[in-house]
Design a protein around this ligand. Sequence first.
Ligand code: S3P
Length: 173
Amino acid sequence: MESKERIALIGFMGSGKSTIGRILAKRLGKSFIDLDEEIQKESGMSIRQLFVNFGEDHFRKLETIALKKAAEMNQVVVSCGGGIVEKSENLRILNENFFVVFLDVPFEECYRRIYGDRSRPKLDTDVEQLKNLFNRRKKLYLNAADVVYKPEKETEQSTAENIARVILEFDQL
Ligand code: S3P
């Protein structure tokens, strides 16, 4: 049976969406799209430049445009930015067009991976605020997800393999 046509990976910054998404796409024989990369290509600016020059709202508009475009593609794995769940319009697009996988990685692990990364403007704050953002968004991720995957101590390769298996099993239902 055909595997799900469009897969979206959601989760907090540093949860591994892009790396795992790339491997997952290969494993399922689909194309891979990273929404942040698409936004940067289209605008000719880095995410930080977009935030600094035009503000977060403008970035969010571009993000929704990129998500809509991805929703029109066939056989694709999409890695979404961590803030994709902030807009109800995005939640609707995800719900109607994608099989949504939430990468459920604890805050401490995400933070360890992204700490000091200047390319992520949402990190320009203190750890407490970031933890609040994480906690608030976690509920949104859980609500939006068709499947929640919690990586244990495993490689990104085996996370992608396990997610692929879950997706293929869902197809048998
Ligand atoms: C953001 C996450 C980033 C990127 C932008 C905003 C967020 O993507 O879209 O910096 O609001 O969490 P990653 O989750 O891929 O880091």
